[in-house]
Ligand binder design. Structure first.
Ligand SMILES: [Cu+2]
Length: 176
């Protein structure tokens, strides 16, 4: 009797966490739509005074049936913005700009996050401050120019504010 009840609860929790992971991203962040693209969880990290380089992250979902491509980024606060990828090379983490831009295939979600794809802002004119909404313009091959604002988190942040708690809770819940 006890066992059955425990199993039912466990099954319920699994269903709940699966459901939570499905709805977490769109429900918790502002979604910006541009044609078939939906951009969510746009965030950045505060920079120390005098720093000339900042980073930016967001998630792009292509809900359409044709591929698109992020080909350029600009921000008033930065002299230049590049889309970078990080990769292990001979045991060393390196990063490099994507010469062809970042492909967003139909039906796919591409996430820019620490340790992976990211925006790199050069020649910052002023430090990025926690709590700021930093406007950047993304340029897509098909969807055109899209303005998004990056939610500036603390200097050591590893994710957008709303998703932070989820990332900590999800792995445990998902294993049940
Ligand atoms: Cu970089």
């Amino acid at each position: 009797m006890r066992k059955i009840a425990a199993r039912k609860i466990a099954a319920g929790l699994v269903a709940l966490s699966v459901f939570a992971s499905l709805i977490a991203a769109p429900a918790r962040a502002e979604e910006i739509k541009a044609g078939d693209l939906a951009i969510t969880q746009a965030w950045s990290r505060a920079t120390p005074n005098g720093a000339k380089i900042g980073s930016g992250y967001f998630t792009i979902e292509n809900k359409g049936t044709t591929p698109d491509r992020l080909v350029g980024v600009s921000a008033d606060v930065a002299g230049k913005v590049e889309v970078h990828e990080m990769a292990m090379k001979d045991g060393v983490m390196t990063m490099r700009p994507l010469p062809e831009g970042l492909a967003i295939d139909p039906g796919k979600t591409v996430k820019l996050a620490p340790g992976g794809y990211h925006l790199m802002m050069f020649d910052l004119k002023s430090p990025l401050k926690q709590g700021d909404a930093l406007p950047v313009t993304l340029e897509f091959e098909k969807a055109g120019k899209v303005k998004v604002s990056l939610d500036v988190q603390g200097i050591g942040a590893q994710g957008p504010a709303a998703a932070d708690g989820m990332q900590k809770k999800m792995p445990d819940g998902a294993k049940m």
